[in-house]
Design a protein around this ligand. Sequence first.
Ligand code: TRP
Ligand code: SF4
Length: 336
Amino acid sequence: MKKVILTGIRPTGNLHLGHLFGAAQNWLKLQDSEYDFYLEIADVQALTDNYNDPDKVHRNVFELATDLLSLGIDPKKTNIFIQSEIGEIAELTVFYSNLVTMARLYRNPTVKTEIAQKKALFGTTGESVTYGFVGYPVSQAADITAFEGELVPVGEDQLPLIEQCREIVKKFNSIYGETLKMPEPYLSETPRIKGLDGNDKMGKSLGNAIYIVDDEETIKKKIMGAVTDTNKIKKDDPANPEKCMVYYYHKLIKNDNLETVCKECKKGTRGCVQCKKELIEKMNEFLKPIREKKEYLRNHPEEVEEILKSGTEKAKEKASKTLKDVKSAMKINYFE
Ligand code: TRP
Ligand code: SF4
């Protein structure tokens, strides 16, 4: 049996260059590896935050699937599936919830940070923090173990969730007997992608992202507003490209003219407007095949649906086997 790699992503918006050059690079590599690769569209998890906006989550499931396929996730190599379609995950979540204390959940650094962010954002006292939200690490442990995930590709911010999953696995196996696979985190080597404003992280909430679905007009506006070396005031002032986001993106998309950009910037023979125009052109070229694929899939939604359906079927098969083992270990298999 092939070992399983499993990861998940919440359907809350379109993918941006941070995903494309970050996590997705890793996924594209993994789908060509010797592992069986499961990619979960974590709609149940997205609902822990967005339970009052079901339209948004629904729309984004298809939008995200289309984005993933557009940037090269190949359904022949990757099982893309929808979390809510696998009822087994919800059942496992209930069983695991006995194995985790409230104190432990509140101490989980990822949950803690997210609660603090919510308070900062909404100015609440924390009373609006739901049971489902605080418990989402338990549900994520079910995501991972349902598929016998051994390696879990995640960013650093997710490490406490994998740790929580490992604790659940350990406790489960010690009480009910060796049943669940112990997962390991698999940290990506890709560095964080910076935002248009120079922020260390590109993110939706930061408003500094270039999306893979941005049209040419949007790309133009965004790049024209990107942060450059603030010491350069006049067109022919020499500048430091390392302090410039325009140069950063020239580098990121591997502009073949990079050396010239760097030299001319340092010498002061290149104006920022010209430099941005060049980036706009190259960025559009870079995004073209992705946009075309996206456009094609938008016009063929039945293909996306089919891919999700068959990925989900395969995932369901695997999860139902795990659930069976879990129930029999817990002696709740009455009619067998
Ligand atoms: N929590 C992850 C995130 O917000 C998404 C996720 C859901 C996940 N289920 C998972 C990641 C299982 C790894 C394994 O990005
Ligand atoms: Fe940045 Fe180009 Fe201006 Fe140099 S010339 S500061 S690289 S935009």
